[in-house]
Design a binder for this molecule. Structure first.
Ligand SMILES: *[C@@H]1O[C@H](CO)[C@@H](O)[C@H](O)[C@H]1NC(C)=O
Ligand SMILES: *[C@@H]1O[C@H](CO)[C@@H](O)[C@H](O)[C@H]1NC(C)=O
Length: 138
């Protein structure tokens, strides 16, 4: 009897250690969270729409505005910041988000180049940045 209690306690401990670990994996302390904060820095967030992108250690970036994570791996699979009146530039740090499948930044007022580093997003299937920059034709 006592043995099986100890066993169950052990299982609970292992399970909660696992939960703590996976929780840790998608907070801002991980690389992807830090990358998002880096990306935020190069935007000028006029309307403060990215207020929940914070470096609070308990903040889970999978619920941040515009972020979609994979259900299983918690990798960031979509970044959708369309129509949020963002100014500024697209950070080269975006190339660190290698699991991105979709990037939608259209209908903002971003300027500058689409960084070459976006080529590092090897899973990328859709990239919407048109209207992001007024191309100088003359
Ligand atoms: C997450 O799981 C839900 C329910 O199973 C599914 O409908 C949804 O498409 C999944 N999302 C992703 C990003 O895999
Ligand atoms: C991004 O979000 C906007 C607004 O919710 C939506 O209309 C658009 O279809 C989304 N883009 C993609 C690529 O899913």
């Amino acid at each position: 009897m006592e043995g099986s209690m100890a066993f169950r306690f052990g299982v609970v401990l292992v399970a909660s250690a696992f939960l703590l670990n996976s929780g840790y994996a998608n907070t801002v302390d991980s690389d992807d969270g830090a990358t998002l904060l880096e990306i935020k820095k190069s935007f000028r967030d006029v309307d403060n729409v990215l207020y929940d992108w914070t470096d609070s250690p308990s903040s889970d970036y999978c619920v941040w505005r515009g972020i979609t994570c994979d259900n299983v791996t918690f990798n960031i699979v979509a970044l959708n910041l369309s129509g949020l009146n963002l100014d500024g530039e697209i950070s080269p740090a975006i190339g660190n988000l290698k699991s991105l499948v979709t990037i939608d930044l259209k209908e903002n007022r971003l300027s500058g180049q689409i960084p070459d580093e976006i080529g590092d997003c090897s899973s990328l299937q859709s990239l919407y940045v048109f209207k992001h920059t007024q191309k100088k034709v003359n």
